[in-house]
Design a protein around this ligand. Structure first.
Ligand code: NG6
Ligand code: CA
Length: 510
C-alpha cells in the first residue's frame, strides 16, 4: 500500500515537473483582437448597463481589465500605425485616415510587431481590416498582386480588406492577391472622380438598402445596396457581402490558428465592427434593440466566443496571451442611418467619458483593454495602470526574448510588468495626438489638451472634439468625465506639462 502511494506521488511529481517545464519553455501564442470604434462603455465588463458581451467579459474574468488602456489616436490609421510599429503616429505625416487606394505608410525598413515576433520564432498572421495603405506611390493594379503590404512587414499570412468597410475597393486580399478577381472584369478605383457607369448613392438613392446620412459623403459607388466612399468599377465576383464579413474573417482566423497550433503563433485579428457601414448578419440583426451598432457589438462578442472555444478545444487557451482592444472610441452617426442614434435607448457607448471617436477628450482614445493569459496571469484583475497599445511592441519583445540590436524600438516602452499585472503604475506619461498634432499629454493624474483653433464639435457626428483656443487641464483621477477645466486654477501644472510635451516632442524631431 505504502509502495503504491509512493509510486503515485512520484508519478505526480514527475508530471508536475514535466508540465511546468513545458510551460516555461513554450512561448505563449499571442492574439490581438482589435475592434473598430468600440467604446469604453460598450462591453458589460466596462459598463453594467452596456451591451451584453458575455465572451468579452469572460476574457476579462480570466485575466486583467485595464481601466486606463489607450490607443494613441482617435481614428483608425494612426492608432494601427502605433500598434504595429511602436512609433508615435504624429511623426509620420501620412498616418491619418487613408483613402482605399493609398500607398503603404509603413516603411519595409521599420521594425513591426509581426516582424519582431517572427524573428523570435512566431508564425505571424493578420486577418481583418488593414487601413495602412498598400503598394507603392504609383497607381495600383488591383488585378495583380499588390505589394508591399502586410506580407512585406512581417506577416507570414494575410487576409485583409484594404481600408474601411465604407471605402472602396470592397474586396478581400489574401497574401496581396484579390480573392475572386476576374481578368475579364478588372477592378478600378478612383477617389477623385466617378469612373464607370455603376449607380452611386447620390444619383440612385432608391437602390440603397441603408440610407447614407446627409452630408457625410457615403454616397459614391453602391456595393451590396450600400453607398461607399470612393468610386469602383469591375471585380463583381470579388466584392464582399457585408453580412458575411464576420464569418469570412472568423473562418480565416480559425484556419490560421488550426494550421499553426504546434508553433507559437501571433494572430492580429482586426474586426471591422462596430465601424460603419454596420450591416450585421441575420443572426444578429435586430437582436440588441439598439440598432445595427448594438447588433454589430453582439457579433463581435460572438466572434470572441468562437475564438475562445476553438483555443479551448485545441488546448491552447491556457498558454495563449489574448489582448482585446479597440482602435478608437465610439461614434453613433458615422455616415449611415442605421438606428444607432434613433435606437440609442439610453446606452452610453462612451460610458462616463467625454467625447468619442475623433475627440481629444478621453472617449476618443481610452478604450476597452483586456489581457488574458491563464497560464501566467491570474484572473479577475482590474488594473489602473496607464497602458497604451504603442507599448505592445517593446513589451512583447521583452516577453519573447527579442534583442533590439537595431535600436528600432523607439517610442514603444517595455511595460510588460504593467501588461501582466505585476505593476500597477504603467507609463509615467503618454502623448496622444489628434490629426498630425501631438496635442494631448497625460502625466500622473493630469491631462493637458493643448490650445488649438480647430472646430470644437464635429457637427456631422455630434462629437465634442476637445478643441479650445486655450489650454485645458483636467484631473483624471477626480474628474474622469473632463468636466472641470482647471487650467486657470493651476497655471503652474499647465506650464510644466507644456514644457514636458515640448521636450518629448522635440526629442523626436517634431
Ligand atoms: C471619416 C468618415 C467615417 C469613417 C472614418 C474612418 C466621412 C464624413 N466620415 O472620414 O465614416 O470612415 O473616416 O474611420 O467621410 S476609422 O475608424 O477608420 O478611422
Ligand atoms: Ca476605427
Amino acid at each position: 500500500m505504502l509502495m503504491k502511494m509512493k509510486h503515485i506521488l512520484l508519478f505526480a511529481a514527475i508530471m508536475i515537473a514535466v508540465t511546468s517545464h513545458a510551460q516555461k519553455n513554450s512561448k505563449p501564442n499571442i492574439i490581438i483582437i482589435y475592434t473598430d470604434d468600440l467604446g469604453y462603455g460598450d462591453p458589460t465588463c466596462y459598463n453594467k448597463s452596456g451591451i451584453p458581451t458575455p465572451h468579452i467579459d469572460q476574457l476579462a474574468a480570466s485575466g486583467i481589465r485595464f481601466t486606463s488602456g489607450h490607443a494613441t489616436s482617435a481614428t483608425c490609421t494612426p492608432s494601427r500605425y502605433a500598434l504595429l510599429t511602436g512609433q508615435y503616429p504624429w511623426k509620420n505625416k501620412d498616418a491619418a485616415v487613408l483613402p482605399g487606394d493609398a500607398p503603404l505608410i509603413i516603411s519595409t525598413n521599420q521594425l513591426t510587431l509581426p516582424a519582431m515576433l517572427k524573428a523570435t520564432g512566431y508564425k505571424t498572421g493578420i486577418v481583418g481590416k488593414w487601413h495602412l495603405g498598400l503598394g507603392g506611390a504609383t497607381q495600383k493594379n488591383w488585378n495583380e498582386r499588390v505589394s508591399p503590404g502586410p506580407n512585406e512587414l512581417g506577416f507570414d499570412y494575410s487576409f485583409i480588406f484594404p481600408a474601411t468597410a465604407d471605402r472602396v475597393p470592397t474586396i478581400f486580399m489574401e497574401n496581396g492577391v484579390t480573392i475572386g478577381a476576374d481578368p475579364n472584369d478588372p477592378i478600378a478605383v478612383d477617389y477623385t472622380k466617378k469612373i464607370g457607369s455603376e449607380p452611386t448613392g447620390k444619383e440612385n438613392p432608391e437602390l440603397l438598402k441603408m440610407k447614407s446620412s446627409a452630408n457625410h459623403g457615403h454616397d459614391n459607388t453602391i456595393v451590396n445596396g450600400i453607398g461607399r466612399i470612393g468610386f469602383m468599377t469591375g471585380g463583381k465576383t470579388a466584392r464582399w457581402t457585408d453580412e458575411e464579413i464576420p464569418f469570412t474573417f472568423l473562418d480565416k482566423a480559425r484556419t490560421f490558428i488550426r494550421e499553426n497550433q504546434t508553433s507559437p503563433f501571433f494572430l492580429y485579428y482586426a474586426l471591422t465592427e462596430p465601424h460603419v457601414p454596420r450591416m450585421p448578419s441575420t443572426m444578429f440583426k435586430g437582436k440588441s434593440g439598439l440598432g445595427f451598432r448594438g447588433d454589430a457589438i453582439l457579433q463581435i462578442d460572438w466572434a470572441v466566443g468562437e475564438i475562445i472555444a476553438q483555443l479551448k478545444a485545441l488546448k491552447l487557451y491556457e498558454n495563449t496571451l489574448i489582448i482585446f482592444s479597440s482602435d478608437n472610441g465610439p461614434v453613433l452617426d458615422d455616415g449611415y442611418e442605421d438606428g444607432a442614434v434613433t435606437q440609442q435607448n439610453g446606452h452610453l457607448p462612451w460610458g462616463k467619458l467625454r467625447g468619442g471617436k475623433y475627440s481629444s477628450f478621453e472617449a476618443g482614445t481610452r478604450v476597452p483593454t483586456i489581457l488574458s493569459w491563464p497560464a501566467k496571469v491570474k484572473g479577475n484583475q482590474v488594473s489602473d495602470a496607464l497602458v497604451c497599445q504603442i507599448d505592445l511592441l517593446a513589451s512583447m519583445a521583452s516577453l519573447t526574448g527579442y534583442k533590439d540590436a537595431t535600436g528600432k524600438i523607439s517610442d514603444s516602452q517595455n511595460q510588460l510588468n504593467a501588461w501582466l499585472g505585476k505593476d500597477n503604475a504603467g507609463r509615467e506619461y503618454l502623448i496622444k495626438n489628434n490629426g498630425n498634432q501631438a496635442n494631448v499629454i497625460i502625466k500622473g493624474n493630469w491631462k493637458l489638451i493643448k490650445a488649438n483653433n480647430r472646430q470644437a464639435k464635429n457637427l456631422l457626428t455630434n462629437t465634442e472634439l476637445g478643441n479650445l483656443p486655450a489650454d485645458q487641464l483636467y484631473n483624471l483621477k477626480t474628474d474622469i468625465g473632463e468636466r472641470f477645466n482647471l487650467a486657470d486654477k493651476n497655471p503652474e501644472m499647465v506650464k510644466q506639462l507644456n514644457e514636458f510635451l515640448l521636450i518629448e516632442t522635440g526629442k523626436s524631431g517634431k
